[in-house]
Write a protein that binds this ligand. Structure first.
Ligand SMILES: [Zn+2]
Length: 133
């Protein structure tokens, strides 16, 4: 897997650096567990692959707070959705297949996704801290 996403890792080096502590911390605590253990069947492999592709990371993280629990991770549209309508599955598929560019997308957790929306809409600022599981 890391080979496939190696290119993205390089592209997102700063992203990786910013979240390094969280990644290393999680890996240390979960040495013997597969990283995807948190995922239930509802979160398909397709979704995981899409999150990996957007983030450029094997273990996707929220870019704002570093939340690493994949259950909470969502795709955030940096500039708003601009009327783009899609069925989730088709959206994931297009990302994985490369037909939907990911430049305007980023990974945030559910909390930060809402905050991002509120900040943009009401021109306010929040500081969110992920304190772990
Ligand atoms: Zn977050």
């Amino acid at each position: 897997m890391s080979g496939t996403f190696g290119v993205f890792r390089i592209m997102n080096e700063s992203y990786y650096q910013r979240n390094k502590i969280h990644i290393l911390d999680w890996r240390k605590k979960n040495k013997d567990k597969p990283w995807y253990q948190w995922w239930n069947r509802k979160y398909s492999e397709l979704r995981i692959k899409a999150l990996q592709k957007i983030s450029g990371l094997e273990h996707p993280l929220c870019i704002r707070c570093g939340c690493s629990n994949p259950k909470f991770l969502e795709v955030n549209h940096k500039n708003g959705r601009k009327g783009e309508k899609f069925k989730a599955r088709l959206f994931w598929k297009a990302i994985v297949e490369g037909t939907r560019p990911t430049k305007d997308l980023e990974i945030t957790c559910r909390v930060c996704n809402v905050i991002d929306f509120v900040e943009k809409t009401y021109k306010v600022r929040y500081k969110i801290e992920f304190l772990g599981a």
